[in-house]
Design a protein around this ligand. Sequence first.
Ligand code: NAD
Length: 437
Amino acid sequence: MSDTEALVASLRATFRSGRTKPLAWRRAQLTALRALFTDNREAIADALHADLRKPRPEAYGAEVDLPVREIDHTLAHLEEWLAPEPLGAHALAGLPEGTTAGTHYEPLGTVLVIAPWNYPVQLSLVPVAGALASGNTVLLKPSELAPATSALMARLVPEYLDRDAVAVVEGGVPETTELLAQRFDHIFYTGNGTVGRIVMRAAAEHLTPVTLELGGKSPVFVDRDADIDTVATRLAESKFRNAGQTCVAPDYVLTDPATAQRLAAALAEATERMFGSDPQTSAAYGRLVNQRHFDRVAALLDSGTLAFGGTTDRDDVYIAPTVLTGVKAEDPVMQEEIFGPVLPIVEVADLDEAIAFINDRDKPLALYGFTGNATTRARLVAETSSGGIGFGLPMAHLRVPDLPFGGVGESGLGSYHGPHSIATFSHRRARLDVPLS
Ligand code: NAD
């Protein structure tokens, strides 16, 4: 038996023992995971700085405070979410008197979580929290592209969590390939669609259900009536955070030609307010994760007209916050998810053209709108599809734990956060009780 097989077998044995099922065990693990975050706030921020030059406020907000809020919300509601749901007597017509029926959640067993590098703590440990809250044992495979964070989690997880029930395996493609050959009861993958397909194929061998949290080009529609300074401030904050390497970051803007010019100017001002005149010297601005991603994003700059930014420094994996105007659908920057600090503005005549542009492409992970017009909002909701849709403040929907977070079509399969994590990491079992006499 290989080490990997032995590890998965030991996690299965722990699950079989029944000890992960009681509410008390689940709550104890969540409480311990909460302590992992609060005790190690600085160490987490240090690791994220080493891997991504992640500014400390971003590290605290997205990689400590958000997971802690998610855990607190789960601790507050777990019992209620797990409560069996009885069917009303009207649904049991034709069955003997006294019959009852309903559904309840049961844990799936042993879950594999495969995480990416861009929010390497949040996107590892929030799924782990959901799997533990649901009563499973878990194997976490963090991203090798964020090595300091991966090593930190490999050290801290066994210090805080039940070692027989939670394991961390570090590594890249060979290690993940070996893990994927094992039988799990659920695989939760966050990353790109190419690897998502590899994961789904491997899962099919064992009929293992998967959640795929993928990406895509998330559009932003800006209406001519929107207050342009507010739009620019909120767009710059969401696009340039983590140097654009956020799965739900605005990917491109669709707006009319006159608004495009005003918006580009307002974005330049908003960006300077955030990072000063030279973002490379700003502690508030991050870096690309590595030179491969630097090269990929730098090659997209040759599209449309440069409104501002555009400077690069390969040795420092630095790309300035950049806005491009007059971008066409055929330009390189519109062919793939940007996943970097480059914001193209594509001109459309009106809402009809914007909706057609969106629907001509894969369903995105998020779609954003800035408009005061309720009819425009209603049309965007009714006539497009995306994992989530947010008006007025990009990326904020993922901070609401009762909203399901996930994609549709090319942007993913399944969802999590709050009660949706329980649904993802559990089986909803049907139960019928017919009296014997
Ligand atoms: P990544 O390269 O870190 O890959 C993710 C995981 O897949 C890693 O653990 C890696 O080891 C593993 N992996 C890579 N190649 C593999 C292979 N050939 N076989 C098996 N496993 C393999 O991350 P990434 O894909 O570069 O992340 C960026 C993408 O993730 C973007 O498309 C982004 O939109 C998406 N994303 C989505 C979400 C979400 O919540 N929906 C969050 C973050 C990122």
